[in-house]
Design a binder for this molecule. Sequence first.
Ligand code: ZN
Length: 488
Amino acid sequence: MPIEMPKGLPFSVDTWTPSSSKRHHFLTHAHKDHSSSIASHSFFPIYSTRLTKTLILQQYPQLDASLFLDVEVGQSFIVDDPAGAFTVTAFDANHCPGAVMFLFEGKFGNILHTGDCRLTPECLLNLPDKYVGRKGKEPRCPLDCVFLDCTFGNFSQEMPSKHSAIQQVINCIWKHPDAPTVYLTCNMLGQEEILVNVSQTFGAKIYVDKAKYAEFFTNLALIVPEILCEDPASRFHLFDGSRRLYERAEAKLMEAKATLQSEPLIVRPSAQWYACEEKFSDVENTRKKRMDEAVKDQFGVWHVCYSMHSSKEELELALQLLAPRWVVSTTPSCRAMELDYVKKHCFNSKGALNKSMWKLLDMTLETSDEFGTLVKSVSCNPVLEETLQSFSSDARQEFFKDPEDAEVKLSSPERKNELHQVETYQQSEVLEDTRVHKSASYLNNGSSGLSASVRKLYRSMNVPVPKPLPSLVDLMNSHKRTKRGINY
Ligand SMILES: [Zn+2]
């Protein structure tokens, strides 16, 4: 899930908004949630791999290919910018065809944006040596910030590797030799690797209904044309894994029963069933613990935990190896603070708030009207925690000693207001769910300006107290004055 980059950075990653004032645009991969609005809000230049560009142009034929600049995996290039040139390198994200992570190195610091990724240790080894720790040693040059795909950051079970999951799909098919048809719910970019392996192992092509799966058919025709066929007599069929899957699966099974035929096999290689805890019985939830072989659910669908995103365990390991100073989750469903590494290391790290981090604080401020969200963000906010530790004891007493206290001490309206002001600044650092947070000026709480406590906080850290933005009324008044000046 893309988030806006801090205002202090000259580039955007996977965001296409009318208000974007970024000078350089990066696209990590061709999944729809990372390219939505690209057709209506695209700006030159868009950096992506050639394959991602081709896939995107297939999805959005109205886009002009000249907007794109190709990047090669592993090759660094320099981007000229009025604020200072910076270097960019793309690395394989182990996610879907054409997907990359971007490493940005410039005056703003060293930043890794993972896009969507399956961040295994092997994947990390592609990064420059200096950024990756070895054998318990910290890296020579820790990254300043990692914008991290935390899609399954709350998923604490160990996930099989993609390779192992594919093997489980194949084993499942071997165990059902009587199934006349095998339905594979692999209609998402990134799952074609499963189709390729099934096709190679069983020496058969995969039937893809061109009318039903027009876009995915075009993708497959580009990436792996050799496994495609349009003959419904093939044993292997592509099956839609999303809308009303269970209903459709049951219908297929009932149909076989009614015609006294052997049951078809329906395999769903996805982590969704494993990650979703609702709507299922305890028995089913216990079944989900099995990660080493396909598991059949109550509807007759066989599941294999094939994931294009990292589990919590994998993310924790990656962060230990990278030892970044800061982590920002790009997926609001899991906040960076929920990761043990961030709790342990970003809170107390002396280097966490270094110069480049303060530069990053120069960004569009985001806040939420929802108080519940606010409290959660504060108690999960590493910047605030660090800030409070650096705070003079007097000032600190005005807030609270422990983030856990936040919810208790936030009872009075004044406290809410004060905390809201600090949080308003810090929220932008964490940049959680930008979709639900409304943009707010520094003076979101009214026109009273920054409180004494907040100003004190900034001074205690030797950081200039930012000037509040003028209110809309001030702006309109000054506009009127200017107009009068011109007219008279
Ligand atoms: Zn993706």
